[in-house]
Ligand binder design. Structure first.
Ligand code: CP
Length: 337
């Protein structure tokens, strides 16, 4: 329950003020204290789901520009749900061909227009440079909701928030309680994983090791310096091609097989699959950012390993916490919740 996580994090919020009007381009921007305080605020929202239906409405009078130039179910709708729940209004773009981009307008010109229309932008685009292009002209904050194969920072926040709700005692960082995390796939090509590894590297004391499990097809598992940087931050990384041998040792199994590349998607690592017969540790949880393919069998949905639906649900509260801080309404909610 989110209340257990609330109890595990000290009640402070001074690091949240620094998020006001800041862009969110990469998971690397967040330090440990800021993340913990965001998780605490998310848990407060999740533990008090009725409070934001009251007249608090911290985003009342604020407008979100929800610009999704690539398909999305969870990210767009959870951001929009979060913004609505906080009392704000939304303008949504779900198809780039209905905008000036179809006529060759640059993203930086579009961003210049966004300054006049809203208070915050959430952008998903298949192009890695899209967020940077918009940031050049934006005077309102932007959140990277997935830029090509580069990053998806708020997904990673939701992933880590889920892990900490599952086991809040990890924050005590007792060496004997450290967990093993398995990542199934190729970190170089998975934006959710690239962001998650950056966040995990802020908490090396709660992780025994991260095992990257791949099918051996892709020789470049990491982007240049990615592995070295993570190791330097204290994350222990190991690689394996033997899923069956690794699974019985893993506490958290993170799987995802779909990557957007240009205007289409690729299915990666589809030799590596999980189902209810997989030799999982009885206490292990499975995380998946979804949408899933046949790498994650629905036979797991009714098992205690299924934390992927909770992961998607928690993303609403995680995004509520972040949005509240970015539009400078932190004090308002901390006083009331
Ligand atoms: N997790 C995630 O990014 O899902 P969507 O593609 O549906 O937004």
């Amino acid at each position: 329950h989110p209340r257990d996580l609330l109890r595990a994090i000290t009640e402070e919020h001074e690091h949240l003020q620094a998020l006001a009007n800041r862009h969110v381009a990469s998971a690397a921007q967040f330090d440990r204290d800021q993340l913990l305080q965001l998780f605490r605020l998310a848990a407060k929202y999740e533990a008090n789901p009725d409070r934001f239906l009251t007249p608090i409405k911290p985003l009342s009078g604020k407008l979100l520009i929800s610009a999704f130039y690539e398909p999305s179910t969870r990210t767009r709708l959870s951001f929009e749900s979060a913004w609505h729940r906080l009392g704000g209004d939304i303008m949504s773009i779900t198809d780039r061909t209905t905008t000036g981009i179809a006529k060759g307008e640059s993203l930086s010109d579009v961003a210049e227009m966004f300054n006049n229309y809203g208070d915050c932008v959430v952008l998903r685009d298949s192009n890695e440079d899209s967020v940077m292009q918009m940031m050049r002209s934006l005077r309102i904050p932007i959140i990277n909701a997935g830029n090509g194969t580069d990053e998806h920072p708020t997904q990673a926040m939701s992933d880590l928030y889920t892990i900490l709700k599952w086991r809040p005692a990890l924050l005590e960082e007792k060496p004997e309680d450290r967990i093993k995390i398995g990542i199934i796939g190729v970190p170089r090509r998975m934006r959710t994983v690239r962001s998650l590894l950056k966040l995990l590297s802020r908490f090396p004391g709660m992780i025994d090791e991260v095992v990257v499990i791949h099918d051996g097809q892709d020789k470049e598992l990491y982007s240049p310096q990615q592995r070295e940087r993570l190791m330097k931050d204290g994350l222990k990384l190991r690689e394996s091609t033997d899923l069956a041998a690794e699974l019985p040792e893993l506490d958290v199994v993170y799987i995802n097989a779909i990557a957007w590349v240009k205007d289409d998607f690729e299915v990666m690592g589809n030799n590596l699959k999980l189902n209810s017969k997989s030799p999982l540790k009885p206490s292990a949880i499975i995380l998946h950012p979804l949408a899933r393919g046949d790498e994650l069998c629905t036979s797991l949905d009714d098992t205690p390993h299924n934390w992927y639906f909770a992961q998607a649900r928690g993303a609403v509260f995680m995004r509520m916490a972040l949005l509240t801080c970015m539009v400078q309404r932190t004090e308002m909610v901390m006083d009331v919740l």
